[in-house]
Write a protein that binds this ligand. Sequence first.
Ligand SMILES: CC(C)(COP(=O)(O)OP(=O)(O)OC[C@H]1O[C@@H](n2cnc3c(N)ncnc32)[C@H](O)[C@@H]1OP(=O)(O)O)[C@@H](O)C(=O)NCCC(=O)NCCS
Length: 216
Amino acid sequence: MSRETIRKIFLYGAGGHAKVILELLELNGQHCAGIYDEHGASTDLFGYPISGSLNGEYKEANSAMIIAVGNNLVRKKLAGKLSAKWATIIHPSANISSRSTIGSGTVVMAGVSINSGVKAGDHVIINTNCSVDHDCVLADYVHISPNVALAGNVQVGEGTHVGIGTAVIQGIKIGKWATIGAGSVIIRDVPDYAVVVGNPGRILRMNEPDGAPEDK
Ligand SMILES: CC(C)(COP(=O)(O)OP(=O)(O)OC[C@H]1O[C@@H](n2cnc3c(N)ncnc32)[C@H](O)[C@@H]1OP(=O)(O)O)[C@@H](O)C(=O)NCCC(=O)NCCS
């Protein structure tokens, strides 16, 4: 993010993921200036009003937006559509090495540990209590679910969803737009678009080339 002081943060999306991000903003003392949701029926989230249509407020000086949508492909499409300055939001309990980099639009949840030399791209979700060890590379639009453990030097390709509680051994390369099922143990490289489940992880099927379907 630039050195400009961000005073107003807007959320795009008002579902479950937005609830978590909203609380994170409150904890950080950051101001949620508005929530956009073009598809939802609710008019407010925890008392914050939801606007059904985008106005230009989020593009004003000192404002930034975060896409509060869990689906990786939807996040990518929205990032391409909305011309915004992106916020990076980090829970105060996250432990992040000063030798690691976290991209814009990325959210790091409570209890996360990120060790030295990690590169996390843009619009990534690094979810509650996961552990990302030294020199891992997370491409844009990745979602690392709660309680995932990535050993050192793991690479995760664009748009890939690593399911809750997965363990990945050191040096593994997981391709783009893949889905790793909940509780998997990944001991071999995973090709692009593969849906992998189990211990050891085996390919169940392939995702469509234009991205993973709705996260399950
Ligand atoms: C991998 C996943 C996407 C597959 O979903 P799906 O395509 O609907 O698959 P199905 O439920 O039809 O299951 C197909 C087969 O795979 C098995 N399977 C599915 N998920 C599995 C998993 N995580 N581990 C082991 N086996 C799994 C099923 O038992 C079934 O086997 P069967 O054909 O022998 O009965 C889903 O099960 C999953 O694990 N999603 C991750 C959810 C998650 O981590 N959410 C966190 C959000 S923060």
